[in-house]
Structure formats: C-alpha cells, structure tokens
Design a protein around this ligand. Structure first.
Ligand code: SF4
Ligand code: SF4
Length: 260
C-alpha cells in the first residue's frame, strides 16, 4: 500500500468510480448510516473496480507482506478514522486496545516532532500493524490501504531500505487501474462530505484514530458537524473546519455596492 494518491493522469476508470461513489456516498449521508456500513459499502464498490483491473494478475502484494505499512504515511477522512475507532472498540480486548492507544500516541507525537524538524525523518510503522505482519483492522482498513498494489515486490524491498518519513512510493510500479478507482472513490468521499457541510479534509491516519478513540457517539457527532479532528494532523486542508472560507476582497464588495 505504497502511495496516497493517483500518480498518473486521470482515466475513464477514475471518472466512472467517482460517479458511482457520488451516488453511494450521497445515499450514506442521507441515511446517516453506521460507520461500518459506510466502510462495507465503499469497499464493495472499490472491489468491483479492483476486480476488473487490467493489471490484477501483475500484483505482488501478499498477506503478511508489510513494507508499506512499516513505511508509508496513510491519509484518511474522518469517516474512515471513525470506522476504525468503532471496530477497535467493538472487536479488540481492553489490554490490546490500551497497547494500540499508546502506539497511536507515540506515532502521532513522533510525526509532529518530524514536522517540526525535531526528530529524524525516518519512516514510522502504522499503529495497526500486528506482530505477525498483518493489519489488525483489516476489515475496516482505510480506502487507500485496500486499493493500492505494487507490481514489483523487489521495488518495495528496495524502497524499504531508503524510505524517508511518509515517502515510500516514488520508485514503486503500481496497479494503475486500482489506484485510479481508489483515487476516484476517495476524492468523491471527500467532496460529498464537503458538499454536505461536513469535514471532508484528510488527516494522518494514526492521529485521526487517536482523536476519536475515546469519544462517545463519534459518528453521530461528526455527521452533526462537530469538529472532532481539531487535534489530529491535517495533511490536506481543503474545507472547513480546518480552512476558513476565503473572505471576499474589499474591492469586490465595493463594486457590488456600486452596481446595486
Ligand atoms: S508488495 Fe509492496 S505494496 Fe504490496 S504488500 Fe508488499 S510491501 Fe506492500
Ligand atoms: S491500516 Fe492496516 S493496511 Fe493500512 S497501513 Fe495500517 S497496518 Fe497497513
């Protein structure tokens, strides 16, 4: 799972997946569906595209292969972080949950220190990576984690040796159809949230899960417009509440008055 966004030009698959995602996410918002329903429905749509990728046979990703989870930075929407929070609280025993929480805190603090130039720019392992090299939240892993495939494990092994913080992907050949569909679905999820005046920004995964882990009724409060991610690391601020609406410049206001 080596990259966070489509790296090549937009294709028909991107557009088609975006349109399908628009219909699906609009329905999910209108129904105020449970977080795990969001993930199930998005995943089903994503898999329908992953399955018809022309590069499906070239993928070299295998269960337990985890160089990407040890190195890449994953960005998510609030909805995806809340789904992971709900899954952890429902399916993980208290002592494992306490360990995950302290890993989330450590990784988030280290990421903040890296951003401030106070820590070495070394890759950070995802807090959800189990000791067996498998994802502990596999059924609800972020959209990006389930949609990006390498077509060269050797290139991944090379990248593991040289990766810097958050950067794992530049030299890895990817299943492009899969990443196009995933980019279309993820981008549309963000857009529809914004259109409904909800938080559609992207956040660094560990910090976003940490922000909501102890919160009660996280999904309902998110869908009611509460700012639950103010303490998370925002990696792509493109809408409120992270980015304030741009005020109209004064000279435009004056023109509007003159015309009236
Ligand atoms: S082949 Fe690369 S992208 Fe795929 S699971 Fe292994 S390290 Fe991750
Ligand atoms: S959520 Fe799971 S699949 Fe995604 S980076 Fe973390 S361990 Fe890997």
């Amino acid at each position: 799972m080596p990259s966070n966004s489509p790296s090549t030009s937009i294709t028909a698959i991107f557009r088609e997946a975006s349109q399908d995602a628009r219909d699906l996410v609009s329905r999910l918002v209108a129904r105020k569906s449970e977080s795990l329903d969001w993930v199930d429905d998005l995943r089903q749509l994503q898999f329908s595209y992953l399955d018809k990728s022309s590069q499906k046979r070239d993928r070299e990703c295998r269960a337990g292969c985890s160089g990407c989870c040890l190195s890449a930075q994953v960005d998510v929407t609030g909805i995806e972080a809340i789904a992971v929070r709900d899954y952890l609280r429902m399916c993980v025993d208290p002592s494992t949950l306490a360990k995950i929480q302290s890993r989330l805190e450590r990784v988030t603090q280290r990421r903040i220190d890296q951003m401030r130039g106070m820590a070495r720019q070394l890759p950070l392992a995802c807090s959800m990576l189990g000791e067996d090299g498998r994802c502990m939240v596999y059924p609800v892993r972020p959209v990006i984690c389930s949609g990006v495939f390498s077509t060269s494990r050797d290139a991944c092994l090379d990248a593991e040796q040289t990766a810097k913080a958050g950067d794992f992907s530049s030299t890895i050949p990817l299943d492009n159809d899969a990443i196009q569909a995933t980019g279309g679905i993820s981008g549309t999820l963000q857009r529809i949230l914004v259109e409904h005046k909800l938080d559609g920004n992207l956040y660094e995964f560990n910090s976003a899960v940490l922000a909501v882990l102890a919160e009660k009724n996280a999904l309902n409060r998110f869908l009611a417009g509460e700012d639950l991610f103010r303490d998370a690391i925002c990696t792509d601020a493109h809408s409120p509440p992270r980015k304030l609406a741009v005020r109209k410049p004064n000279f435009l206001k004056k023109q509007a008055v003159r015309r009236a």
